[in-house]
Design a protein around this ligand. Structure first.
Ligand code: MG
Length: 448
């Protein structure tokens, strides 16, 4: 460990440094290292069993079909770029631990996987910027009830809960996220706070920090936060839409090239690849059985396999720039938003999957169908068939099967990683779907 980092941790009076990872159940975990270990300098091995990638959200046991068994160690090597002093918890810091084995990067590490996906994309001379748009529900820790009954963008949420919101904004800023907007969302106790886009790896790292910070700060206010996609059947779900743009040098391809020619450019093919592979991708972006309670028509959650310009019911919304508003046109797009994503996803896997689907689209030179400029949930079955718009899978198993049989993915995924993800998803489908909605949310609400 570099002397400078040691000195920095000492100056910040850090007692514990939490080495984080996010597993295939998409749960964030950490092993906290006391300063007795890191103050001496040198290395301080932190290891986990490979079996940690074989656990599901149902509980801490290795799922029977997982190839990640309790034999073999993974070492967590801090990526110091991700070191943060936690502004909401004096004496603590966190850092993301990259998985290594025998000193080599571990190929089943979700973060490493994202780095590989970015390399795939870079072969086409393009890069991606992204941001996760988080919604979450704040519950009273004692009663389990939402902390307010405010609706979308109610100023009273700020009146009632201003100190929490301000501290959350500050805490995120102090960890390097750029906060942009806050408003209460439609669900009771449901909040949304958006942060600025960045390079994809940073966006995924930020998502870990975001989830951690909301939970950490909530605990201090007597709240229990949950990012669970659907906490209450009758309330709006918690989405975590992915906003993304593609860049060549310093040019945003959606602004400069998308829809400008008769043939599809790289950015159009990328989006077409995401659209085409969406049922498989959903195994990574809406990966919990609970996710499917959220994915309903008329909920702005992306339940239909279509894209549309400024269409909040399309799975892929093309967002027009404010200065050249021209709804309905294929041109004049600033960036895209994937709505079919929630925060029960592992941000590294979700972004990797998105990128790989996009790369498949580029490889095949796919073109987008015409945009859907109406609410597909209000269309008749005949109309949807004519427009070739499908309702997206209604349950996780369908997505896992699509993911499993998608042979185009094979070249990308390490076989053990793919097998382990499938094993975890199937276990969650089996066990969690056997529960009532109330039992399911009670079990999962603290996990996300
Ligand atoms: Mg929202």
């Amino acid at each position: 460990m570099e002397k400078m980092i040691r000195l920095l941790l000492r100056a910040a009076d850090i007692v514990f440094m939490n080495i984080l990872w996010c597993d295939y159940a998409n749960i964030i975990r950490g092993k906290a290292i006391h300063r007795n270990l890191f103050e001496q300098g040198g290395s301080f091995p932190v290891s986990i069993s490979k079996a940690q990638l074989g656990v599901s959200a149902c509980g801490d046991y290795v799922v029977p079909e997982s190839p990640c068994i309790p034999v073999g160690e993974i070492f967590l090597k801090p990526d110091w770029n991700t070191l943060r002093v936690l502004p909401y918890l004096p004496g603590y810091a966190s850092v993301y631990g990259e998985m290594t084995q025998w000193g080599q990067e571990e190929s089943i590490d979700p973060r490493r996987f994202l780095k590989n996906a970015l390399k795939e994309l870079s072969q086409y001379g393009i890069s991606i910027k992204a941001a996760f748009e988080n919604e979450f529900t704040l519950l009273n820790k004692v009663t389990g009830e939402p902390i307010d009954k405010t609706l979308f963008a109610s100023p009273s949420a700020i009146m009632e809960n201003g100190p929490f919101i301000a501290r959350l904004g500050d805490a995120l800023e102090m960890q390097g996220l750029e906060v942009e907007r806050f408003y209460s969302e439609s669900g009771f106790g449901q909040y949304e706070l958006t942060t600025r886009y960045s390079d994809a790896l940073e966006a995924a790292d930020n998502q870990i920090l975001f989830r951690q910070t909301v939970h950490g700060l909530s605990a201090q206010f007597g709240y229990a936060a949950t990012f669970l996609p659907k906490y209450a059947q009758e309330q709006a779900g918690n989405g975590c839409h992915v906003h993304f743009s593609l860049w060549k040098e310093n040019r945003n391809l959606f602004r400069d090239a998308f829809g400008k020619n008769n043939h599809p450019d790289l950015s159009e093919s990328f989006v077409a690849g995401v659209l085409e592979n969406l049922p498989s991708l959903m195994a990574l972006t809406v990966p919990s059985p609970n996710s499917f309670h959220r994915l309903k028509p008329h909920c702005w959650s992306g339940a239909f396999q279509c894209w549309g310009v400024d269409n909040r019911e399309a799975a892929l919304r093309a967002i027009t720039p404010p200065e050249s508003h021209c709804a309905g046109a294929k041109q004049n797009i600033d960036h895209f938003e994937l709505k079919t994503c929630d925060a029960s996803s592992n941000p590294y896997l979700a972004l990797s999957g998105l990128i790989l689907c996009g790369v498949l689209g580029i490889k095949k030179g796919l073109a987008l169908p015409p945009p859907c400029q109406k609410d597909p949930g209000s269309s008749t079955a005949e109309e949807l068939a004519r427009l070739k718009i499908a309702r997206l899978p209604l349950n996780l198993l369908e997505c896992v099967r699509a993911f499993e049989s998608n042979s185009d993915f094979n070249g990308f995924f390490h076989p053990m990683m793919k097998e382990a993800i499938i094993a975890v998803r199937k276990e969650e489908y089996r066990k969690l779907n056997a529960l009532s909605f109330e039992e399911q949310t009670a079990l999962l609400k603290d996990r996300y």
